[in-house]
Write a protein that binds this ligand. Structure first.
Ligand code: ATP
Ligand code: MG
Length: 301
């Protein structure tokens, strides 16, 4: 279970006059996500969705509030001093978001994150990308849980097969289609067998048909984890994607990001995209956005 307790994030920025100014990106967001649920974060650009997701992942520290996962507090993973940072860099060559969990020994949270534009390393083949994630996890694992080279390879293969990329194991990301790259990012995230997958607009860069296929693939893989329920938290701009995939849609208000509305989607899976109940929920969300736009234009008159 993920518990976000009164999360606030404040940035100092320099304005056009060169003066320091405060910016509240996330304001007092509290949210509980039970195991095995898919939750989408929806809201206008700049309302703090990515910031909130990175705080969930422990990639950024909140200014106020805390994230607790299965009873243990999430600590931001980056070393706090330059000396520590240099030591980590020497050890891991570079800092990757996937390295979360490696930096702090205790408590360890099994979180994998998929970024929209940073999903896979272009200089590694598909299988090297997956093995890289497994190696990071290996580095943080107890001695008796470390995988051998052969086991790493086999596991990487297994997860590539899961996302139907078995045949593309030795291709580089530039040789893959956009949809295949996203599936590779998914395989890499799944390979470390996380309890939580955080996704920041994972399917934004692909065409509509590929996108629907990826959504269904994601649901299939999520179904397979039923025994050990996987939480998926996903940022998206796509209302129909959010409703189709999620158990709950969290709508953020225009910045500073607060939760404007929480919309449960209690519809059994598999769902039909044309299910009238789904369409009805989508319409309600669109109406909400329309209302916000109208409110804004009223102010400007
Ligand atoms: N490191 C930072 N320093 C200063 N301001 C930041 C930083 N990161 C984000 N912000 C600001 O915080 C606000 C929220 O940004 P965030 O990226 O979380 O929005 P978002 O909802 O993900 O937007 P989008 O939908 O466009 O991706 C924005 O005003 C952004 O400019
Ligand atoms: Mg964002």
């Amino acid at each position: 279970m993920i518990e976000a307790k009164s999360i606030t994030k404040f940035f100092s920025v320099v304005n056009e006059k060169g003066l320091a100014e405060g910016l509240t990106a996330v304001l007092n967001v509290s949210l509980t996500i039970p195991d095995g649920k898919i939750v989408s974060l929806l809201g206008p650009s700049g309302c703090g969705k990515s910031t909130f997701l990175e705080i969930l992942a422990g990639l950024q520290a909140p200014t106020d509030g805390e994230i607790v996962i299965d009873g243990a507090r999430v600590l931001e993973p980056l070393p706090s001093t330059r000396k520590e940072m240099d030591a980590y860099k020497r050890r891991y060559r570079f800092i990757s978001p996937l390295a979360n969990g490696v930096f702090h020994d205790r408590p360890k949270h099994d979180i994998a994150m998929i970024f929209q534009d940073y999903a896979v390393f272009p200089w590694m083949t598909a299988i090297q990308n997956v093995i890289f994630a497994l190696k990071l996890r290996n580095a943080g694992a107890d001695q008796d849980k470390k995988l051998s080279r052969k086991a790493l390879h086999e596991k990487a293969r297994y997860f590539l097969n899961q996302v139907e990329l078995g045949g593309a194991a030795y291709k580089y990301p530039s040789q893959l289609s956009g949809g295949m790259r996203q599936r590779l990012a998914l395989a890499r995230a799944l390979s470390v067998e996380p309890k939580i997958i955080l996704m920041d607009e994972p399917f934004a860069a692909v065409d509509a048909l590929t996108r629907e296929k990826l959504q269904d693939d994601l649901l299939l893989l999520w179904e397979k984890t039923r025994k050990d329920p996987l939480i998926i938290v996903m940022v998206t701009h796509d209302v129909s994607e959010a409703v189709y995939l999620s158990d709950e849609v969290i709508v953020f208000s225009p910045g500073p990001g607060t939760i404007r509305n929480r919309i449960p989607v209690d519809i059994k899976r598999p769902r039909a995209r044309t299910n009238p109940e789904i369409i009805d929920i989508q319409d309600r969300i669109f109406a909400m956005f329309q209302y916000d736009i109208n409110q804004e234009s009223d102010y400007s008159i």
